[in-house]
Ligand binder design. Structure first.
Ligand SMILES: CSCCC(=O)C(=O)COP(=O)(O)O
Ligand SMILES: [Zn+2]
Length: 214
């Protein structure tokens, strides 16, 4: 009889957090990652852990009804757990949700004053699910309240009625959050967005209009 071993999703979260740390996107304790289990509970990084050197014990398991199901002694779930919960509620097909803090993400959030960031019509958007010629795509931006519950409430209120074109949102002066069908998809979304953000920042320095059709 063949036996199948189901890998612990925390292992992939640890590897991705280390990679993001190496890119400068999860420095110090910044950011939080989560991944769902078949019963819709999810593992999320415990609050205040160094994201470049996570251990299996640096995660908290949150049940589908919001209870803390498992945690190592003294570990509290990420302070931003409510944002992950809202994302899983609005997009129930999501299996993972990643939040990082990057310099480019914060810079682009300052290039516009409104509540959405226009994205240039780059080929890279296809990796985020946008398959249109010369797409007009925007990314939602949310205000960075001190109370995370207010950010989560704003996200739920807006995205429930106005689903975004890409599985991602920006919190101004704070960071980006993505969600997807797998941890691998989330890592790809983060990388693609970081490329797009670098492009936007570089274009703004060169004073290039990135939205005109050539
Ligand atoms: C320097 S990180 C400030 C808090 C934050 O925005 C974050 O992403 C990490 O919070 P957590 O509670 O998940 O460690
Ligand atoms: Zn954060």
């Amino acid at each position: 009889m063949t036996s199948i071993t189901i890998a612990d999703p925390r292992l992939q979260l640890i590897a991705n957090a280390r990679y993001f740390y190496q890119q400068g996107w999860m420095l110090g304790t910044a950011g939080n990652l989560s991944a769902c289990l078949p019963d819709r509970s999810f593992w999320i990084t415990a609050s205040g852990k160094s994201k470049g050197e996570l251990l299996l014990s640096d995660f908290v398991r949150i049940a589908a009804d919001g209870r803390v199901e498992a945690s190592a002694s003294n570990s509290q779930p990420s302070a931003e757990t409510s944002i992950h919960q809202v994302i899983y509620r609005i997009f129930p097909e999501s299996q993972a949700c990643y939040h990082i803090h990057s310099i480019e993400g914060n810079l682009v959030s300052r290039l516009v004053t409104g509540d959405s960031l226009p994205l240039p019509p780059l080929e890279m958007l296809k990796g985020l699910g946008v398959w249109q010629e010369n797409p007009r795509c925007v990314m939602p931006i949310f205000r960075n309240h001190l109370a995370v519950s207010q950010i989560a409430a704003d996200i739920e209120q807006r995205l429930t009625v106005q689903p975004p074109q890409i599985p991602a949102l920006l919190i101004r002066d704070h960071g980006i959050t993505v969600w997807g069908a797998s941890a691998e998809a989330c890592r790809n979304y983060i990388e693609l967005l970081e490329y797009i953000f670098r492009y936007i920042v570089a274009a703004s320095k060169l004073d290039i209009n990135t939205h005109s059709e050539q």
